[in-house]
Design a protein around this ligand. Structure first.
Ligand code: SAH
Ligand code: SF4
Length: 374
């Protein structure tokens, strides 16, 4: 069976052509599936009955399962989205988080079950890598959240035409650029006016710095870009964001400059996790400004979110303030990320899901953790 949720509009049009149908059917079906959230062929009354019958026989709408939905005291919602239905019979799952704010609603979407990149302070990275999510599992997270939020109390109070999910960030579990094709197709569906119609400026992809894929992304699907920098020099970044050994800071900065030529925003957001005693001194802040000198950027400081046995501590509030002030005094726009959904473990870097580590390197990762960081 063909899963219709795996297609962007162009692929759907090609599929319809292969059935001898007119390509404009693709637009109709995209609207039903994604704009209206309808996955029942009987309700798609503007599609000819004969075609609906054909689709019933050879196609399906297969969403990932919702294993758990939690609502935090502050309104943050988290879904554990399961992939039980896979051939090998394993149960593995990822997490999706909705963060309501006064002027927007942001959905944080996962791209992989686990992650192979081994950033030392990241709970997902510690679990190792299991597999890539397919398109329906990525866009399915948006579908599921949209559908659930439409039924939640307060939805009817939303001004007409306003989207409950106005922003998407590819900042959940996994490295989105390591699952390039599926992530790009899913983002094309997010941007498609017949589907979710999100603006490119309101879809943000966060990467740890996979340089060749960044260059490709700016051509294929330029969206707002966040880069997980986390360290101001190669020695420290090699240690805490190991992909740096392959694409060191200088190369990463050059890639950011190239990206900005095509980007929908005129700055890169640099994410910087504040790890107590590791990367949070004023000397680090100075080095950081030197490192990003040629890249128009903003900074997002993320107080480290602890998880069991992480070996790291969160920088003291005073230290974060001093670090922030130094950057601000130099003219940078700096935000300090607020931790949301703490009571349901929905904070950045705490997303765990259920990962069956196929890399079997969890032990090794723990073994190299310095134990003098509390
Ligand atoms: N793989 C991508 C996107 C997912 S992680 C990336 O690395 O950019 C989203 C952000 O959360 C990244 O900046 C990541 O470094 C950060 N992060 C990971 N673990 C964290 C933790 N324990 N506390 C705070 N931020 C964390
Ligand atoms: Fe992977 Fe991002 Fe976590 Fe690094 S921070 S291990 S790239 S999910």
């Amino acid at each position: 069976m063909v899963n219709l949720l795996n297609f962007n509009q162009q692929q759907l049009a090609e599929y319809f052509s292969s059935l001898g149908e007119k390509p404009f059917r693709a637009k109709q079906l995209m609207r039903w599936m994604h704009h209206f959230g309808v996955l029942d062929l009987d309700q798609m009354t503007d599609i000819a009955k004969v075609l609906r019958e054909k689709l019933r026989q050879e196609a399906q709408f297969a969403l990932p399962d919702i294993q758990l939905e939690q609502v935090s005291d502050d309104g943050t919602r988290k879904w554990l989205v399961g992939t039980n239905n896979f051939k090998d019979g394993t149960s593995n799952s990822v997490e999706t988080v909705f963060i309501p704010e006064d002027d927007r609603g942001t959905l944080c979407i996962s791209s992989q079950v686990g992650c192979a990149l081994e950033c030392t302070f990241c709970s997902t990275g510690r679990q190792g890598f299991n597999r890539n999510l397919n398109v329906s599992e990525i866009i399915g997270q948006l579908w599921i959240a949209n559908n659930a939020l439409r039924q939640a109390p307060g939805y009817d109070l939303l001004p007409p035409g306003e989207r409950i999910i106005s922003n998407v960030v590819m900042m959940g579990m996994g490295e989105p650029l390591a699952n390039y094709d599926n992530v790009v197709t899913a983002m094309q569906i997010m941007l498609d006016d017949s589907a979710y119609g999100l603006s490119r400026r309101r879809v943000t992809l966060s990467t740890s710095g996979m340089v060749p894929a960044m260059d490709k992304l700016k051509e294929d699907c330029p969206v707002a870009l966040a880069v997980s920098l986390h360290a101001p020099n190669d020695a420290l970044r090699d240690e805490i964001v190991p992909i740096n050994k392959k694409y060191p800071i200088k190369e990463l900065m050059a890639a950011c400059e190239r990206y900005l030529v095509k980007a929908p925003r005129d700055f890169i957001t640099f994410e910087y996790v504040m790890l107590d005693g590791v990367n949070d001194t004023l000397e680090h802040a100075k080095q950081l400004m030197e490192a990003v000198r040629d890249v128009p950027c903003k900074f997002n400081l993320i107080p480290f979110n602890p998880f069991p046995n992480s070996g790291y501590g969160t920088s003291k509030p005073m230290q974060i303030r001093a670090f922030r002030d130094m950057l601000m005094q130099a003219g940078y726009v700096v935000t300090v990320r607020k931790t949301r959904g703490e009571d349901i473990d929905a904070a950045c870097g705490q997303l765990a899901g259920k990962v069956l580590d196929k890399t079997r390197r969890t032990q090794r990762t723990f073994a190299i953790q310095p134990d003098n960081r509390s």
